[in-house]
Ligand binder design. Structure first.
Ligand code: HEC
Ligand code: HEC
Length: 596
């Protein structure tokens, strides 16, 4: 178990200048563009309308559920990563991930008033916003800067409806999903990739609990509002690093399991718990149907469990727990969010790639309408590749997509035993694909020179895909080529210092690191023996690119080092017999690596 410490840090930020909106003012609702919605909330008109936040177009859509029409669409930002509507206010809070800030949009009389809106800069890459059940505090997760920002509502005069930053908390891991624990000041924060959950007091920033769950890609972390508010519900994939990508182990969900877990808070806080058996586990994939990439979870007041299966375009419904069977209803492409009406008779499912809302009548148990958010243009090869990347139906029986292991192009950081090295029994760390286009050759052994060939191999031998391969590999390669390496932690936090960088760079050269990790991509096309041997007897490996290395949390092909310090100063990479690096050079070298 690898539990990392959470660094505490408080930072008071003053709200500064408001960047100008880049959006267009004309009516967008009927225009042709890709919207890619991410979040849906009831508008302040009761339950007849919803507001939808669109990530790709950076716009908000107001949709009338009765007439099934889009009443308005307003451009707000270049792109949006999340949205929150604090119930009692005529306000929409938007995470603007291109300008890295919070936009507060006034919303009244069915109009998005972007002229009088406000902007507060946030820690880089804000990805998720949640509100405390008492509505006075919000928390925002910023992935690559590894920060959580806490904000509260201003209490006097003109600022009364504005949200102001209280503090910014530095974490040692990239936060993904998060939630306030009802009736307390505590926050639960999940790692964006690998299944770690931390419980932290949002006022003192004291960490009460850190737990490594055998669940990666946590895509839901919420408390059911009824009947039991003390149980946390999470969903994700569970990769078994020692299972292989052979037919029976994939078919029966031994390699990758699709899970929803309900964990009573008491159990989560119990020091005697074992993470393997924490809470109740509800399998989503089984012999009755596929369950790849479970996402949002809703629990009805009668206990029925509703889960959006993002990878296989279905909503799974278990009528009553703990009944074991799951019914599935086919919806649009990549169901990313869901809302249930007050009477719990209608379910609205927001579909990211089809830019639509599927309306499900739960009594009839079927989709009764499909509401489109607007016309889509013809898809480019990269758009098609993106859809394939997140499509779990490409894998045998729909257990996983490329994204299940390479989370949004990055990596869960876990080991997986596939034929990337032409051998079973020698699991390797899943490589990040962010920036992959410039780091040929591919795989740890550096055997594949061409990205399309590597992807064809992944489709064939890791996904056990049964359809045509080459056309899909080409499209996925086009998509992967658009993905950039993540920002270094120093850049993401705005701490980059070029003097320190230059000092570290000189040490990097002095130590001869550049011979195998050559700028600008900090890799070379050859393979080297650096004193490691895998279970198949291989001793020569291709140096991974060091760009974005500060956004990885384990190192080496076998996850053999859990910090860069351990790798360089204890294991003395690349040569265990070399003279130790002195203390001053060590910190300069680490600074440099954390700036790449
Ligand atoms: C079950 C987990 C898993 C899934 C699913 C998966 N991969 Fe991988 N991928 C890996 C592992 C592990 C490696 C490293 C293998 C090695 O080098 O031996 C890897 C390596 C790669 C590489 C090489 C990267 C580099 O820098 O050398 C590419 C490209 C890649 N995968 C693409 C894909 C694509 C595209 C899909 C979907 C079609 C996919 N993978 C599905 C686990 C997975
Ligand atoms: C002789 C070539 C060589 C030299 C010199 C070298 N490396 Fe490496 N490096 C490698 C190889 C090969 C790997 C991958 C080893 C493995 O896990 O199989 C690696 C892995 C790493 C990793 C881990 C990357 C990851 O994603 O797991 C880091 C960090 C790293 N090197 C930094 C350095 C630094 C800093 C220096 C200089 C002190 C250095 N390397 C010198 C070849 C080299």
């Amino acid at each position: 178990m690898n539990i990392r410490t959470v660094i505490r840090f408080t930072w008071i930020v003053v709200c500064c200048g408001l960047p100008l909106f880049k959006g267009k003012s004309e009516e967008l609702a009927s225009s042709t563009h890709l919207r890619h919605p991410v979040r849906m909330a009831w508008s302040n008109q009761g339950q007849s309308q919803v507001v939808v936040a669109n990530s790709n177009s950076g716009s908000l859509s107001l949709v009338d559920l009765n007439t099934r029409r889009v009443l308005a669409e307003q451009s707000i930002a270049e792109s949006i990563s999340d949205m929150l509507m604090p119930g009692s206010l005529d306000q929409i809070l938007i995470l603007d991930d291109s300008q890295h800030g919070l936009r507060m949009i006034h919303f009244a009389d069915n109009k998005f008033d972007r002229i009088s809106s406000e902007f507060v800069p946030l820690a880089q890459n804000p990805t998720r916003i949640v509100i405390h059940p008492d509505s006075n505090r919000i928390a925002i997760a910023s992935k690559w800067s590894r920060r959580v920002t806490l904000m509260s509502k201003g209490s006097s005069g003109k600022q009364s409806s504005l949200w102001q930053i209280e503090q910014v908390i530095d974490l040692s891991f990239p936060p993904g999903e998060l939630t306030f624990i009802p009736n307390t000041n505590n926050l639960l924060i999940a790692d964006a990739f690998n299944g770690m959950i931390v419980m932290m007091n949002s006022e003192t920033q004291e960490t009460y609990m850190a737990c490594q769950l055998p669940v990666n890609n946590i895509a839901n972390l919420t408390f059911a509002s009824k009947p039991d508010t003390s149980t946390v519900w999470l969903s994700g994939e569970s990769l078994n690093s020692y299972a292989t990508t052979i037919n029976p182990e994939v078919t029966w969900g031994v390699l990758m399991d699709n899970q929803v877990r309900s964990i009573p808070l008491k159990e989560l806080q119990d020091p005697r718990r074992t993470s393997m058996h924490l809470g109740s586990v509800y399998g989503m994939g089984d012999e009755t149907g596929p369950g790849g990439d479970p996402g949002r979870v809703l629990v009805k007041s009668d206990g029925a469990l509703i889960t959006a299966l993002q990878g296989v375009d279905r909503v799974a419904i278990r009528p009553q727990l703990p009944r074991s069977y799951t019914d599935r209803i086919l919806v649009g492409d990549r169901p990313i969010d869901m809302l249930l009406n007050r009477e719990e008779t209608m379910l609205y499912v927001l579909n990211q790639f089809s830019d639509s809302i599927s309306v499900i009548n739960l009594q009839q148990f079927k989709v009764v309408h499909e509401i489109t958010l607007g016309p889509q243009p013809e898809l480019t090869d990269s758009d098609k590749g993106e859809r394939l990347f997140f499509d779990a139906t490409l894998s045998l029986r729909g257990w996983y997509s490329c994204h299940s292991c390479h989370t949004e192009g990055h990596t869960t950081g876990l080991l997986n035993d596939n034929l990337g090295d032409d051998h079973f029994g020698s699991p390797k760390r899943i490589l990040t694909l962010l920036g992959v286009h410039s780091t040929s050759p591919f795989s740890w052994l550096g055997k594949m020179n061409n990205l399309e060939d590597q992807i064809a191999k992944s489709l064939h031998q890791t996904m056990l895909h049964r359809g045509s391969i080459d056309d899909k590999a080409k499209l996925i390669a086009t998509y992967l080529k658009t993905l950039k390496a993540p920002p270094s932690i120093h850049h993401a936090r705005g701490n980059f210092n070029s003097n320190f960088f230059e000092v570290g760079k000189a040490i990097f050269r002095k130590e001869g690191c550049h011979k195998c990790h050559r700028p600008p991509h900090y890799t070379v096309p050859d393979t080297f023996n650096v004193g490691l041997k895998d279970e198949a007897g291989n001793v020569e490996f291709n140096p991974p690119s060091l760009r974005g290395i500060s956004q990885r949390d384990t190192y080496l092909h076998n996850n053999g080092a859990s910090s860069i310090e351990e790798l360089l100063f204890e294991r003395k990479h690349p040569d265990p017999t070399r003279t130790p690096i002195n203390a001053a050079d060590r910190s300069a070298l680490i600074y440099f690596l954390n700036s790449l």
